[in-house]
Design a protein around this ligand. Structure first.
Ligand SMILES: C[S@@+](CC[C@H](N)C(=O)[O-])C[C@H]1O[C@@H](n2cnc3c(N)ncnc32)[C@H](O)[C@@H]1O
Length: 315
């Protein structure tokens, strides 16, 4: 079974690690994963580029060619360069050892040039060959150039809008596949709807504030997206319950956006109306769930500033 490697950004490492594992398991429930600090090795039938395209915090990824016992490379490993015109070598050092990286990359490039007709190109080569050092083991791998879809356009913004990467992570953590449907009952500027649709997922948005509803509508329109959106109270989501696979939302904080009732009451009410079997990924101000008993949920803390830490809850 092929192995892929994913070097993750350390910004939200726990979330990023869980996200990559969730994507791998969503596409292949038999995928096996190994975590070595911010490197995740996945053994699966799913190609590394398919997983990378869904993920939010992958810095570098590719296919593992083999585990290395030393720095010895041989001709057999360069099969992958057969049809490539250009390549570059990159060292990723996640170990505590110090290496002269430019020197190593140069000598690896020289070595590969002896086996292959491909020429070194630093920017945008056909193939990137990686040597990854960790304190436990070293890996030799490669990646091909991949086309990532551009981000959806957002012509109308608002201070309370969500970071698109966190939105995407929430969708991935509940494992919504392409073709599935999610609902954001507090959709604001429509970040969740835009992100979902760019991932091939249908979305339904609700916002009780007419202004926010219009903003969302406009943001969807400029992208040519077809998500449905309603200017209504979040309780309306009960009407779509049968149609949706999950709920992904960012609850009101009572700061920049309009409120129908206190944020803690909204959170309580939200849990009382949704089906226990629905997958949910929600974000809210950390203190709000003090009185709520939520079994089987996983929580992540997102520090924003001194007076705002948010919780992402996945269930
Ligand atoms: C934190 S904002 C959501 C931001 C959104 N994720 C984005 O990226 O723009 C919360 C939204 O909930 C809406 N809202 C507040 N109370 C509501 C209710 N009872 N029903 C539906 N929407 C409500 C507000 O109008 C606001 O747009």
């Amino acid at each position: 079974m092929p192995e892929s490697f994913f070097v993750l950004s350390k910004e939200y490492l726990e979330l990023a690690t869980d996200e990559i594992i969730a994507i791998a398991k969503m596409y292949d429930r038999f995928a096996k994963t190994r975590i070595i600090s911010n490197l995740v090795i996945i053994q699966s039938k799913t190609n590394w580029s398919k997983i990378t395209k869904r993920a939010s915090f992958v810095k570098t990824s590719g296919q593992v060619l083999r585990k290395m016992s030393g720095l010895f490379l041989d001709e057999g490993n360069f099969e992958v360069l057969k049809n490539a015109k250009t390549f570059v070598c990159r060292i990723i050092n996640l170990s505590s050892n110090q290496f002269n990286i430019p020197e190593l990359e140069n000598s690896m490039g020289d070595m590969i040039s002896k086996f292959s007709h491909a020429k070194v190109e630093l920017e945008n080569p056909d193939i990137t060959v990686y040597l990854i050092f960790t304190n436990k083991e070293n890996f030799f791998g490669f990646s091909k150039r991949i086309k990532k879809k551009g981000k959806p356009k957002k012509v109308k913004n608002h201070p309370h809008q969500l970071d698109w990467r966190l939105t995407r992570i929430m969708i991935n953590l509940i494992g919504i596949r392409e073709g599935g449907t999610i609902c954001d009952p507090f959709c604001g500027t429509g970040t969740t709807l835009l992100e979902a649709e760019s991932m091939g997922i249908h979305a339904i948005g609700i916002d009780f504030d007419k202004k926010m509803y219009e903003i969302s509508k406009e943001n969807l329109r400029v992208n040519g997206y077809k998500s449905k959106i309603f200017n209504a109270d979040f309780r309306e989501l009960q009407k779509f319950s049968e149609k949706i696979d999950g709920i992904v939302t960012d609850l009101p904080y009572g700061r920049a956006s309009k409120l129908s009732e206190k944020p803690e009451e909204i959170l309580k009410e939200f849990f009382s109306i949704i089906s226990k079997r629905k997958k949910i990924a929600i974000m809210y101000k950390k203190e709000l769930d003090r009185d709520l008993k939520l079994d089987g949920a996983k929580k992540y803390k997102i520090y924003r500033h001194k007076s705002l830490t948010r919780t992402i809850l996945i269930k």
